[in-house]
Design a protein around this ligand. Structure first.
Ligand code: NAD
Ligand code: SER
Length: 314
């Protein structure tokens, strides 16, 4: 059997750093090539090969895939919801062109597998707010959500038409302590920990009762790897899977942090991101992922908060 050789695009980002390290543990350091437009994240230094690359440059990407004998691509390069609203044209261009470049090369070079994440941002104000199902009304109102929904259908199309084994998860907001988030609406749930530990106060850009679906990074990395390692016949959804971790509001996470840092206080100054958050569901129904490939989260709000604080203190 041919050895897997994996290219991670967007490896210096919030998910990329941890996913690259997890893949290197499984497949061996030399078999996981990290790549990004920006410089290598310091946490990746010395852990395996790195190439500087722009996913918009299809030729450059194609050359790397051939030169390195790549068999799988994890595409993480994207512009997220909040940054996307500041520059909708750029967000659409990167999120679509990057994906189409990867899917085209995967088809031409018969890659074994492709991973591309979607987001809860595909859902819009007309989707159910509670336990939002896998299949429902989907009318996104952000450019990020539109690009993710279009991307889901491109993945489905390349799978059905050309047999590309592309798999996807609609991540909720991701909380982590290793690499900072890159411009999303859920970023407050990471910033709050840094400010709590450094200043014992945090000014939140969302209102206190804004519930959003969230997940701790170890669960997100495990979900990604479990999905990618599941037998192909179990992957019945070729757009993107709902997965759920937890759901909380800024007020609730602040109360949880206060259990560890009693002096901590939170204030609220909602900005343009409030409207984005209001358009998304508050919680997600992931029954299909559970039934198809056995997904189950481990971290709830209390366990995640304790682990974040312990690790950030280090
Ligand atoms: P991030 O912004 O932290 O990282 C993205 C990385 O892509 C950055 O390091 C950036 O330098 C790189 N990049 C940007 N343009 C590039 C280009 N042209 N060529 C090569 N690299 C380029 O984002 P993230 O949070 O790690 O998200 C990764 C993926 O997961 C994205 O598709 C995002 O939409 C999705 N997602 C993330 C979350 C979350 O909460 N973090 C939630 C849902 C979905
Ligand atoms: N965390 C992401 C964002 O807020 C959700 O895709 O943009």
């Amino acid at each position: 059997m041919q050895k897997e050789k994996i290219l991670v695009i967007g490896a210096s980002g919030q998910i990329g750093v941890e996913l690259t390290m997890a893949l290197r543990k499984i497949y061996g350091n030399a078999n996981v090539i990290a790549s990004d437009l920006r410089e290598q994240n310091p946490l990746l230094e010395g852990t395996g090969p790195y190439v500087s690359m722009d996913v918009m440059n299809k030729e450059m990407l194609h050359v790397q895939v051939l030169r390195q004998n790549i068999t799988q691509i994890y595409l993480l390069a994207a512009i997220l919801s909040a940054t996307g609203e500041k520059n909708p044209g750029l967000a659409w261009n990167l999120n679509m062109t990057g994906l189409l470049n990867v899917l085209d090369i995967a088809r031409e070079e018969k890659l074994h597998k492709v991973y591309w994440p979607s987001s809860i941002a595909v859902f819009g104000p007309t989707s159910p707010k509670q336990n939002c199902p896998q299949q429902t009304i989907i009318e996104p109102t952000t450019v990020y959500g539109i690009s993710k929904y279009a991307g889901e259908f491109w993945c489905h199309y390349f799978n059905q038409r050309f047999g590309v084994d592309v798999r996807s998860i609609r991540y909720p907001g991701l909380i982590s302590y290793k690499s900072p988030p890159g411009g999303g609406t859920t970023d407050y749930a990471v910033e709050i920990f840094h400010d709590a530990l450094e200043e014992m106060k945090y000014e939140c850009f969302l209102k206190e009762d804004t519930y959003l679906p969230m997940m701790y990074m170890p669960d997100a990395i495990r979900a990604t790897i479990e999905l990618m390692e599941a037998p192909a016949e179990k992957i019945k959804i070729r757009t993107s899977y709902n997965v759920s971790g937890m759901s909380f509001s800024p007020k609730e996470i602040a109360l949880e942090i206060k259990k560890h840092i009693p002096e901590f206080s939170i204030s609220y100054k909602p900005d343009y991101r409030q409207e984005i958050a209001n358009s998304w569901p508050q919680s997600i129904d992931d029954t299909t992922a559970r039934n198809d490939w056995g997904w189950k989260e481990e971290f709830n709000l209390a366990a995640m908060t304790q682990d974040m604080i312990e690790n950030l203190k280090k």
